[in-house]
Design a binder for this molecule. Structure first.
Ligand code: PGA
Length: 257
């Protein structure tokens, strides 16, 4: 945790969840009003098919709804894509950009991720910009070099602590149950914080840096307590209301204890 930063716990449902999953949104939405969760900001990014209906279900509660990607253009001939403006038009508040699955499945480059983040910010969304090393890069000792390159290439110049969030997700930790050691996460987050401060001064010091990759109710407290870890990007465990809420509570508990 970084003092004075309100942590964000974001759920990324990926390509999971049909209409029946709206029941999960409802459970999380109802709980999001609980006093013991005030200390955290809560977000679910369902598939695009559920975005609009999810925002209508959460209109009066603190649970925010976001998208998992956005196109860099405002509109036009881009079959199958969704613009940041369209997400904002459906009352979405955030867009994840540069998730490693999109970098792999859709060959997204740092340059494209940067353009997407810029488009998200211009549409009034918060950009959650994902970076992280592969297993091979970690094994060959290149983790910090990769993070430096991805931060330089994927983060646009117009970011600030309100319109953007960095999510550090080691690719090899996503969906695998593997998590880096506490020291490795601490070092990576400290490195990213310094890079952000170098480039964005005070705003870089105030930006949230999330950790993502196999965050579960059982390890959330320990992970969220690490210096410069300002919340979590949660995949698998966000599909179950109970697990997602436990992660939020573990995070909030660190602030209220
Ligand atoms: P996981 O996914 O929590 O299932 O590891 C994290 C993510 O991809 O954002």
């Amino acid at each position: 945790m970084t003092p004075n930063i309100r942590p964000l716990v974001a759920g990324n449902w990926k390509m999971n969840g049909k209409r029946e999953a709206l029941a999960t949104i409802n459970v999380i939405a109802n709980e999001s009003e609980a006093e013991d969760l005030n200390a955290v900001e809560m977000l679910i990014c369902p598939p695009a098919t559920l975005l609009y209906v999810s925002t209508t279900l959460t209109e009066d509660v603190p649970l925010q709804i976001g998208a998992q990607d956005c196109h860099q253009a405002k509109s036009g001939a881009h079959t199958g894509d969704i613009s940041a403006e369209m997400i904002a038009d459906c009352y979405g508040t955030h867009a994840i950009v540069g998730h490693s699955e999109r970098r792999t499945d859709h060959n997204e480059t740092n340059e494209e991720v940067c353009a997407k983040a810029k488009a998200a910010i211009e549409a009034g969304l918060v950009a959650i910009i994902c970076i992280g090393e592969t297993e091979e890069e970690r094994k060959s000792g290149k983790t910090l070099d990769v993070l430096k390159d991805q931060l330089a290439g994927s983060v646009p110049d117009n970011v600030n602590s309100k319109n953007s969030v960095i999510a550090y997700e080691p690719v090899w930790a996503i969906g695998t149950g593997l998590v880096p050691s506490i020291d490795d996460i601490k070092d990576a987050h400290e490195f990213m914080r310094n890079e952000l401060v170098k480039r964005f001064a005070d705003e870089g010091g105030a930006m949230r840096i999330l950790y993502g990759g196999s965050v579960k109710p059982g390890n959330a407290g320990e992970l969220m307590a690490i210096e410069n870890v300002d919340g979590a990007l949660v995949g698998g465990a966000s599909l179950k209301a109970e697990d997602f809420l436990s992660i939020c509570k573990a995070t909030a508990g660190l602030l209220t204890n």
